[in-house]
Design a protein around this ligand. Structure first.
Ligand SMILES: Cc1ncc(COP(=O)(O)O)c(C=O)c1O
Length: 362
């Protein structure tokens, strides 16, 4: 049976899918988890009680409202979405990337992004059968290489350009005027992915509507609601009405809709957590810079990219795990990430444990 199943798989699953490995989520049980850019703080007891009460009243036998109007209203108010912009919701912003790719896909259509960048842009381009072009960032400071981007845009005429601001995994924020140059040079759609918006003062969200091809994507994951799976996309109605045809009708389940509304009513609490993470990021950066052989890069996000002595990244990553701390090893993921590790900013105790363990490993 196994052989026969394998034969059918070889015949029918697309070769490019068989060639890749599945998105790997390492087991973090028993470890201090600093690998996935999560907010380390959970909900206080009073909010949990409010949620239990609310959840009790939900009718899960009914489909959710497919447009989630109450949640959209909350998001608009809480996030400062410009009045003229339309909103589209996704089961995480990952799903929004997929929705965009499905709407624009075609064998001659290209997804263009910068590298090193968020890996889902490349993976989803492949799932949708699109071409992919990754333009390297500048090696010294991970800034946009605008001449190279202009050249690639002119050559590939991409259907969509994805750029994360601030960037993952490098953590830096790009120059806004340079991002706008990209928007103006691109013939198709440009999606600025503001997943890390809570941790930076940079945003193009207030300027949505100024260009006919600019969409801004956000998520509630990094502000402390990763388990709810909710992303949102803001932009001109002309684009969003078309993308909405590709979105699966009930993609935001009723529990997510209600829980996100509740959380956004208590946004001050999430904002306080974000502030604590931003302050802690500064302390963690300084502590890392003080370790001989470790170079942390500037970060506008809730994680820090760091370079360790040449050839040591894997051993240090494993040494940290042996000491109970899980971070991300990026050595080998891209030439510009040689000897690099990425750590999420945790609680003060978690960060102190990480710094102490790193000192031992280096
Ligand atoms: C730049 C960027 N965009 C999008 C996402 C996906 O976020 P979500 O949890 O909303 O799917 C991530 C997650 O790490 C990310 O780093």
């Amino acid at each position: 049976m196994t052989d026969q199943a394998a034969e059918r798989v070889a015949e029918w699953v697309r070769p490019e899918i068989r060639a890749i490995s599945a998105y790997h989520v390492p087991d973090a049980s028993g470890l201090i988890k600093l690998d996935a850019m999560e907010n380390p703080y959970s909900w206080p007891e009073a909010l949990r009680a409010e949620w239990s009460e609310l959840a009790r009243g939900l009718d899960v036998n009914r489909y959710p409202n497919p447009q989630a109007p109450a949640l959209k209203e909350r998001l608009r108010a809480a996030m400062g979405v410009p009045a003229g912009a339309e909103l589209l919701l996704g089961n995480g912003s990952d799903e929004i990337i997929q929705t965009i790719a499905l709407a624009l896909a075609g064998p001659e259509r290209t997804v263009l992004t910068v590298e090193p960048g968020f890996v889902m842009y490349r993976m989803i381009a492949l799932f949708a059968g699109m071409r992919y072009c990754g333009v390297p960032l500048r090696a010294d400071d991970f800034a946009l290489d605008v001449p190279a981007l202009r050249e690639a845009i002119a050559r590939h005429r991409p259907a969509v350009v994805f750029i994360a601001q601030p960037n993952n995994p490098t953590g830096n924020r790009f120059d806004e005027a340079e991002l706008i140059e990209v928007v103006e040079a691109a013939p198709g759609l440009v999606v600025i992915d503001e997943a890390y918006a809570p941790f930076t003062d940079a945003s193009l969200l207030p300027r949505v509507g100024e260009w006919p091809n600019l969409l801004v994507m956000r998520t509630v994951s990094k502000m402390g609601l990763a388990g709810l799976r909710l992303g949102y996309l803001a932009g001109p109605a002309e684009w969003l009405n078309e993308l909405d045809k590709v979105r699966l009708p009930y993609n935001i389940n009723v529990l997510t809709q209600r829980a996100a509304e509740l959380a956004l009513r208590h946004k001050a609490l999430l904002d306080a957590q974000t502030e604590a993470i931003r302050a802690e990021r500064g302390r963690l950066h300084a502590a890392l810079a003080a370790i001989d052989g470790v170079t942390p890069f500037p970060s506008d996000a809730n994680f820090i990219l760091l370079r360790v002595p040449a050839g040591r990244a894997k051993a240090i990553f494993e040494g940290l795990r042996a000491r109970g701390i899980l971070i991300k090893n990026l050595d080998g993921a891209h030439p510009l990430l040689a000897d690099c590790l990425r750590v999420t900013v945790g609680t003060p105790d978690e960060n102190a444990a990480f710094v102490a363990a790193l000192r031992e490993c280096v």
